[in-house]
Design a protein around this ligand. Structure first.
Ligand SMILES: C[S@@+](CC[C@H](N)C(=O)[O-])C[C@H]1O[C@@H](n2cnc3c(N)ncnc32)[C@H](O)[C@@H]1O
Length: 280
């Protein structure tokens, strides 16, 4: 396990994933019913953009930094809300203004959206990342951090007693067979908790692997959202997607407005597609 999300914090892939996450959380917490959230691959929780690993790659420059610098007038509502969530986290570390100091990982974005009575479990397997995550939420009883395998957590924690849930599955794709593992895990999770909302991140490097994964979604109520930057000469990831299974009402509408806007702002080609019914 060599992957460290800190190198990539706030890049175009985080922008896509976290834009979607913030909107899903908003829509799912809009109902007066308790929500369970599971973040299977949670990372460290929050990231130093001014120094640390992120400063070594500068990936956030082409992602969150670019969006934060844009005028809010005319910005789609979902993008405004995502940027507000990022800014609110950054403000914990000092007064607003100037460049972002810290970027919230998925657990921080989830935590900010939770209401009293909602439940959140964040799993992270890497010992150092899990320790950072535990420190990030030390003393916060609304967050249960587990140093655990997120795929096992899907079996152990689903279905939730709340019967309403959001599951974020965001693996590092270090293993060559991660798409296969992921596809199997999603199928098993759906057998346990068919009505849950799932957001599943994937890299687009091997188009055949992506096509195989997408084919496995056929027949589900699902939508895919993708961003493709021009290919990079240094081998950096240039395209990625998120599959959202059982999206809440109004999600697609919000993303149909936000995704093209974000694509244009980041110089990436956006694509959003509804997963076809089985056999079509
Ligand atoms: C892409 S990063 C997560 C980023 C985070 N979800 C976010 O959006 O801020 C993937 C994380 O999964 C962790 N990881 C790898 N295999 C895991 C497993 N089987 N279970 C849980 N975490 C795992 C890695 O250490 C890494 O921190």
């Amino acid at each position: 396990m060599n992957y460290r999300h800190g190198y990539h914090a706030g890049n175009f892939a985080d922008v896509l994933k976290h834009l979607v996450l913030v909107e899903l959380l908003r829509l799912l917490t809009g109902k007066d019913k308790k929500l369970f959230v599971l973040d299977t691959h949670a990372g460290a929780g929050g990231y130093d953009l001014a120094g640390g690993l992120a400063a070594r790659t500068g990936e956030a420059e082409g992602g969150i930094a670019r969006l934060m610098a844009m005028p809010r007038a005319g910005m789609p509502g979902a993008v405004v809300r995502y940027l507000a969530a990022v800014a609110a986290y950054d403000r914990k570390f000092g007064p607003a203004g100037g460049a972002l100091r810290r970027y919230p990982g998925s657990p921080r974005l989830v935590r900010a959206a939770l209401r009293p009575g909602d439940r959140f479990v964040a799993c992270e397997l890497h010992p150092a990342e899990a320790l950072s995550l535990k420190r990030e939420f030390a003393g916060d009883r609304a967050v249960e951090v587990r140093q655990a395998d997120g795929y096992h957590a899907l079996k152990a924690l689903l279905p939730p007693v709340e019967r309403r849930g959001l599951v974020l599955i965001d693996p590092p794709f270090e293993a060559v067979d991660e798409f296969v593992t992921l596809g199997r895990a999603v199928k098993q999770a759906l057998r346990r908790f068919a009505t849950g909302c799932y957001a599943v991140w994937y890299p687009i490097k091997d188009e055949d692997a992506v096509a195989g994964f997408s084919a496995g979604l056929a027949g589900l109520k699902a939508v895919t959202l993708e961003l493709r930057l021009p290919p990079s000469s240094d081998g950096r990831l240039a395209a990625c997607g998120l599959a959202v299974i059982n999206p809440p009402w109004k999600f697609e509408e919000a993303m149909a407005e936000a995704l093209p806007w974000v694509g244009a702002a980041l110089g990436a080609r956006p694509a959003m597609a509804t997963v076809p019914a089985s056999g079509s």
